[in-house]
Design a protein. Structure first.
Length: 166
């Protein structure tokens, strides 16, 4: 059974979903690639969702730079390899799609890497927002470019002032 709930965040509502294996999904409002919901989905709460809520709260308030959650993404072997590499992009760092393809061991597969990046079921935790164009431009993001920009400013990867100023 997959338990899910929607939480408020500085980037809008986030749908969280988890089962006994771990976190399955963080989905932005109006996602580009919504995950199919089966009969095994039920609104509820568990330890994984509680930890995810707490750690996302710490991330958004600037006190968390790395997540420590059990992750259980569903995808192809190639997609999971790309998502695994996303986890290795440090807080405040950005890399290009070409660099990500090289890290995956498929330097000529930038398009496939980009497609897998775009299907990341756990944005923020698996930081696909840290992948940008080779020229430094912000490129497609499931949460929208303003959200990508917000996250990169939050992490100090882009200039943008102090998000925590009162």
């Amino acid at each position: 059974m997959i338990l899910h709930q929607t939480i408020a965040s500085p980037v809008g509502p986030l749908l969280l979903a988890a089962d006994d294996a771990g976190l399955r999904l963080i989905e932005f409002h109006a996602p580009r690639h919504a995950m199919a919901r089966g009969a095994d989905w039920q609104e509820g709460d568990n330890d994984v969702l509680q930890a995810t809520r707490a750690q996302l709260g710490e991330y958004f308030d600037g006190s968390r730079r790395a997540f420590e959650l059990p992750l259980a993404p569903r995808g192809t072997e190639f997609q999971r390899a790309v998502w695994h590499r996303l986890a290795g992009i440090a807080y405040g760092e950005t890399i290009s799609y070409a660099q990500l393809a090289t890290r995956v061991g498929k330097p000529s597969a930038m398009r496939a890497v980009g497609a897998a990046n775009g299907r990341n079921p756990m944005p923020i935790v698996l930081p696909c927002h840290r992948v940008i164009g080779a020229d430094g431009s912000l490129t497609g993001f499931g949460g929208g470019l303003p959200t990508k920009q917000f996250l990169l400013v939050l992490e100090g990867a882009l200039p943008g002032g102090d998000l925590f100023a009162t």
